[in-house]
Design a protein around this ligand. Sequence first.
Ligand code: HAX
Length: 437
Amino acid sequence: MDKIKEKFASKALPLTDEIKKFVKSHGDHVLGTYTIEQVYQGMKGMIGMVTETSKLDPEEGIRFRGYSIPELREKLPRGKGGENLPEGIFYLLLIGELPTEEDASEISNQWARRSHVHKHVFDMLDMLPRHTHPMTQFSMAIMAMQTESNFAAEYRKGINKKNYWDPMYEDVMNLIARLPRVAAYIYRKTYKNSEHIEPNPKLDWGANFSHMLGYDDENMQALMRLYLFIHVDHEGGNVSAHATHLVGSALSDAYLSLSAGMNGLAGPLHGLAAQEVARWILELRKKYNGVPTRDQLAEYIQKTLAEGKVVPGYGHAVLRKTDPRYLVQQEFAKRNLADDELFKIVQLIYEVTPEILKATGKIKNPWPNVDAHSGILLMHYGLVEYDFFTVLFGVSRAIGVLTSLLWDRALGVSIERPSSVTSDWMKAQVVKNTTTA
Ligand code: HAX
């Protein structure tokens, strides 16, 4: 058994027994109540699942295993160029402890060893029309790799449910190892005349990804590590995490579950917002021939709202402050591309937008989220094909949702099956409550 797998087993298996006992003793403890508004409006604020890897605070932002992003920037192993290695955050999410440099490089090695992608996946991608959206290609490629699922094979052989975590571990490690290769293949096929670049097994996971995409600049490799680190996880209720968890609760393997999560990430209110931000900003720059004035920008935002569209990159279902993932990207930009015209526009948008959104009186969070910033950093280093941005997000998000999926299998989480009701049933409850009051 590899060292990481052994460590995971030593953490997860005792917790499985502990949680079973906890639920047996305290299962009837009441956590709270919820309202009709919450049921109609996306169950926001309702506690509906347990996610061990991270917790989102509306005011402070994300904490991964209890650590904030600024804390982790100090504590996690770094690669060349000073940015943290995604391998380190994976270890933290999986094991619940800070990794040593050696743990991070063990994961780099494991992922390099497991990164072979079977030819039929590339053949399938080659058959798709060139205009197939990169996220559609990505989800299809994940599905095509399902032929290799250890979990599906072991289930067929009749594996004991106590051991589900074992083949799931193999699937999770293999899948994360292979995603950069597949994503880079999609990028080079779609935008670079199918001139593919072989992996460099000497590089860490993030740098190798950047290399296979065609970007060997050290600053871009550093940005890629930062990008892959900050997009990794956002507790369990966001669409990509929840979809992966939900589909996995039917014992669908990691490939089927992740593909479902990626289909959710491909929605414009979720991960596709990064692409929408880029489109919106480029249109803005074109309309005003460069950096707009504050009045021109305000006019552009008002027009977006008047047309019944959202201002992409602003707002959040949980957060009520500027996303710390936005701020960390802003710091990177100030350090590395302070004079970039698109960065100047992003800064201006940050100054002007919140007041306009607040004035609508209905938008609960007028502040920027992670997607408001990411695209212009990538474009600065030459990755300008914005339809691809969500695939980068997906490669990172896979780390969070797949570690959670592995924990689900280790903890014996049961099939998810909340109840639904009709609007007539809802109305009847209100009538019942009013007449008994
Ligand atoms: N621009 C215009 N209107 C907005 C808005 C924005 N940025 N954010 C919210 N609203 C509107 C909502 O559409 C809603 O309008 P209606 O009452 O007419 O339906 C109203 O304000 C109240 O919404 P809310 O409660 O503040 O926000 P929700 O929890 O419903 O939605 C969203 C959260 C992130 C989906 C929303 O803020 C939004 O659409 N933002 C723009 C798209 C975006 O940036 N998405 C990425 C979010 C982060 C993420 O998941 N990244 O992957």
